[in-house]
Design a protein around this ligand. Structure first.
Ligand SMILES: [Zn+2]
Length: 131
């Protein structure tokens, strides 16, 4: 069998690309598949189609980009300005993890591809992240 069920994907729990096992497609959502991280064993829903759009090398303008804020949600193709890095990027995919948290994959001009949290719901009592 030439096709492996393992590939490198970004794990939102480990917060870095890890070796992930293909679990299965999501019913009725083409291009979205579940992967299980071989490190932390969490499942992540990964949009495969959107990831191939990252070769679009469009010049980005910081003044027209949306300032990044983890409490906001972003759209694929949206330009984002990250003030801490002084860098602009474009949202190339979105991912929802199995615990319901959301993240975006942004292709920055200087930083390269970075995974950022979106739609963060501030819950001071939530100390569930034990990793
Ligand atoms: Zn992981």
């Amino acid at each position: 069998m030439a096709r492996t069920k393992y590939s490198e994907q970004f794990c939102g729990y480990c917060n870095k690309p890890t070796r992930m096992e293909f679990v299965g497609e999501m019913d009725g959502v083409p291009g979205k598949v579940w992967f299980r991280c071989t490190r932390c064993h969490h499942n992540s829903l990964i949009a495969l189609i959107a990831q191939s759009a990252n070769q679009a090398n469009i010049k980005l303008d910081a003044s027209s980009a949306t300032p990044y804020n983890p409490l906001q949600t972003f759209k694929i193709g949206e330009s984002i300005f990250h003030s801490e890095w002084n860098d602009v990027g474009k949202v190339i995919s979105k991912m929802k993890t199995s615990d319901g948290s959301q993240s975006i994959l942004v292709s920055f001009e200087k930083q390269g591809q970075r995974r950022l949290i979106e739609n963060l719901k501030p819950e001071p009592a939530d100390l569930a992240h034990t990793e």
